[in-house]
Design a protein around this ligand. Structure first.
Ligand SMILES: [Zn+2]
Ligand SMILES: [Zn+2]
Length: 293
């Protein structure tokens, strides 16, 4: 069997359907996940699934922008701003459990990450995890934020390059006393209508991470809460000319020097209810032809 056939076989119809559903579903749909318990907060729900594991997976359900009419071309999902972080949510809800059933983890799904108020911080978790992870990083490197330590970074470097990042949901979980990493999930141009993902990159990162994850799931990586809190940088201004956000209060876009529009938060994302989601387009998703490895 050729490599292409092997990879196509991995991307089953069940995975295709679950990806479409994860990209389109209303946040409320995720409350129905098996064994989910929900902490209501003023910023939305924090949804927790205890599966008796020693590792915690985190993701966020809110999105800056949403486009139900995204398109697919080969291994790419195009014009799909909700890939941040619905692609990461799909990885932890479906892709990892199906491809790597020996890798065991609990799940925490957050709201309001994109407005700096990640609801995961409010879920009363009283369990000591060994470590945790999130797939909410653009491209194919990983970041550790305030979970920096030589030992932890050297572990991450065994499966990924380590970059620098601002914050994500895991930045709010230092009180759990273990290390976290945010792993690249292959989306690009996040926070813009042109957001896309190359699913070869997604699978490459998932494969690399999972092999390390299985070997490391029983090892505790302790963490002391740092004095400094990662601060959220508001990307409140949107340049309609170059379709990008700016993170400070300049009146002109730092890229194209034209006038900025103020974005009102939270964005009005018109997600779909369960029964409004069809399978359209997903049989054309021509998946998982890996270029390397
Ligand atoms: Zn995100
Ligand atoms: Zn984002």
């Amino acid at each position: 069997m050729t490599k292409t056939n092997t990879m196509n076989k991995r991307f089953t119809r069940k995975l295709r359907r679950s990806l479409r559903k994860t990209l389109l579903a209303d946040i409320d749909c995720f409350r129905q996940l098996k064994n989910a318990t929900v902490q209501e907060t003023k910023d939305g729900p924090a949804i927790y699934i205890d599966r008796g594991a020693s590792v915690l997976a985190v993701g966020h359900l809110d999105t800056v922008l949403f486009n139900k009419n995204y398109s697919i071309n080969g291994d790419r999902i195009l014009n799909c701003p909700q890939l941040d972080d619905r692609l990461g949510v799909w990885v932890i809800l479906y892709l990892l459990p199906i491809l790597y059933p020996d890798f065991r983890f609990d799940i925490l799904l957050c709201d309001s990450e994109e407005v700096g108020l990640s609801t995961g911080q409010h879920y009363p978790i009283d369990k000591q995890y060994n470590w945790g992870f999130e797939f909410d990083r653009a491209g194919t490197d990983s970041v550790v934020y305030d979970y920096q330590s030589e030992h932890w970074v050297n572990e991450i470097k065994t499966f990924s390059d380590v970059g620098i990042g601002a914050f994500s949901d895991i930045s709010y979980l230092e009180h759990l006393g273990c290390k976290f990493v945010n792993v690249g999930v292959g989306y690009h141009n996040q926070h813009s209508p042109n957001c896309y993902a190359d699913l070869n990159e997604t699978l490459f990162m998932v494969d690399s991470f999972a092999q390390w994850g299985i070997a490391s799931q029983d090892t505790h990586f302790p963490h002391q809460k740092t004095a400094k809190q990662s601060s959220w940088i508001a990307e409140d201004y949107f340049c309609k000319w170059c379709q990008d956000y700016c993170d400070d209060e300049q009146l002109l876009c730092i890229d194209c020097q034209r006038e900025l529009l103020e974005l009102s938060w939270p964005s009005s994302n018109d997600y779909l209810k369960d029964d409004e989601i069809d399978d359209f387009g997903f049989d054309n998703l021509d998946m998982m032809i890996r270029k390397d490895g």
